[in-house]
Design a protein. Structure first.
Length: 395
């Protein structure tokens, strides 16, 4: 049977709208013939395809063998109680002990603190992260960060699609890497690690830090927010932070003449959520269920405001020994503060609603009607979970 080529990826993933913009195909292509089409936010052919079939095999746009990979990675499939969070051994809350990393991080700065610890202790030599594009600072850029400065510069969440996994193409042979990514990036790296032909590069990734992801949007949604709420011309933007301002919660824009503008988080997120990427609305993994360690926010109904997010705290789902060892080492080094957190706290998180109710409902409806939808090897339900949230952290 003829091996698949980029034309197959185009027909089966790009044309039906199943591309997640994870960048895995670009990072894995052994001849480097794929480029990122930043306007369309998807891969494009930029050289001669040798029909090796790797891009189709590692692509998580259409096929996500969650259950099979879970079994391979964790030695078991999720229990019925783990239906919505995936396999985990421990649930914790905490934050980076460095006050600057903590307050400047999207949540408690734990991702950046863990990457710095892994780099400084020699566990990794580089990390795949998402930074802002210096030429178009409201858009993202996949970066292979080799220095603490590059890791720190990439802190904070970018609520915009980013092809993180394409940065794998920049890795030197044998270089030990961490990968920070949303669930779709994590699916891509796990498929690479599982595929002969891409597993050599895949297994250079020794740490997979997954972020919870409720939803994501095109840069075009950001441009719409700017046009709807400001008079700023895109060419005048010098700095753009989705999570900026005094407490790293609001969207902060600085123009080339130094004028600073804050767009409240509620204004930015209502618009970007409303204009979310179509593929994200059928994505059923919320907490990066195949990561070594998953990290997100904590939401609590007693926190005032629209979102009820607890500022400067992370929640953690520890899924395997690599995740547990990384956390234990960071705690011993005094880099992180950690304490227990209960599972109930997860069900008040906006991402839980967006993924485990809305996206699953949408995905099942699409499957029922025969519309394009990804293929998962497990059944999903969008059953209700009682929202009891007791875990307001005490300091
Ligand atoms: C699109 C998106 C949706 C999210 N949805 C939820 C949710 O529903 N519920 C929840 O609890 N948490 C959600 N999070 C996770 C949360 O916002 C924080 O990223 C997470 O808690 C880690 O915080 P931190 O302070 O430890 O990270 P930091 O120390 O600030 O580091 C953030 C890291 O995230 C990476 N990153 C930032 N943006 C992206 C991106 N677009 N794609 C890939 N990598 C990126 C950066 O490379 C950086 O290394 C979401 C994040 C994103 C980007
Ligand atoms: S990975 Fe292989 S099939 Fe895909 S574009 Fe590159 S050469 Fe072609
Ligand atoms: S590997 Fe990722 S970026 Fe490439 S086509 Fe598939 S989903 Fe899109
Ligand atoms: S919703 Fe899913 S597909 Fe969209 S960015 Fe998040 S993890 Fe990727």
């Amino acid at each position: 049977m003829a091996k698949e080529s980029f034309t197959d990826l185009q027909r089966e993933v790009l044309a039906p709208g199943l591309c997640t913009t994870c960048g895995t195909c670009i990072g894995a292509c052994p001849v480097g013939c794929l480029a990122y089409d930043a306007a369309q936010e998807q891969p494009a052919l930029a050289g001669e395809c040798t029909s090796c079939g790797i891009c189709s095999a590692v692509c998580p746009g259409k096929d996500i063998p969650l259950a099979a990979l879970e079994e391979k990675l964790f030695g078991r499939r999720r229990s019925p109680a783990e239906e919505h969070l995936g396999v985990y051994n421990d649930i914790l809350q905490g934050f980076a002990t460095d006050p600057e990393l903590r307050t400047q991080g999207a949540s408690g700065g734990a991702v950046t603190a863990l990457l710095l610890h892994a780099l400084e202790s020699g566990q990794i030599e580089a990390a795949v992260v998402a930074d802002m594009d210096p030429e178009r600072p409201w858009r993202s850029k996949a970066v292979l960060a080799r220095t603490p400065e590059e890791i720190i510069r990439a802190a904070k969440s970018k609520y915009v699609l980013c092809p993180n996994n394409m940065a794998l193409a920049e890795a030197e042979p044998g270089e030990r890497l961490a990968l920070v990514g949303l669930p779709c990036h994590v699916h891509g790296i796990r498929k690479m690690q599982d595929h002969a032909g891409a597993d050599k590069l895949g297994t250079q990734v020794v740490l997979v830090l997954g972020l919870y992801c409720g939803c994501n949007s095109s840069y075009r949604a950001t441009e719409h927010v700017l046009a709807d709420n400001t008079d700023i011309a895109l060419d005048d933007i010098a700095v753009f932070e989705y999570r900026g301002g005094p407490e790293a919660q609001d969207t902060r824009v600085v123009t080339k003449d130094g004028t600073e503008l804050i767009i409240p988080n509620a204004v930015r997120s209502f618009s970007t959520l409303a204009m979310s990427h179509d593929r994200c609305r059928m994505c059923c993994d919320w907490t990066a269920e195949l990561a070594d360690l998953s990290l997100g926010d904590i939401f609590d109904p007693r926190v005032p405001g629209v979102w009820r997010k607890v500022p400067d705290w992370n929640s953690f789902l520890v899924r395997n020994q690599a995740g547990a060892d990384l956390l234990a080492g960071a705690r011993r080094a005094g880099v992180l503060e950690l304490s227990p957190l209960s599972e109930e706290s997860f069900y008040g998180n906006i991402g839980f609603e967006l993924k485990k109710h809305a996206a699953i409902f949408n995905y099942l409806t699409r499957r029922e009607r025969g519309w394009p939808a990804p293929i998962y090897d497990m059944e999903f339900t969008w059953r209700a979970r009682r929202k009891r949230v007791y875990d307001l952290p005490e300091e």
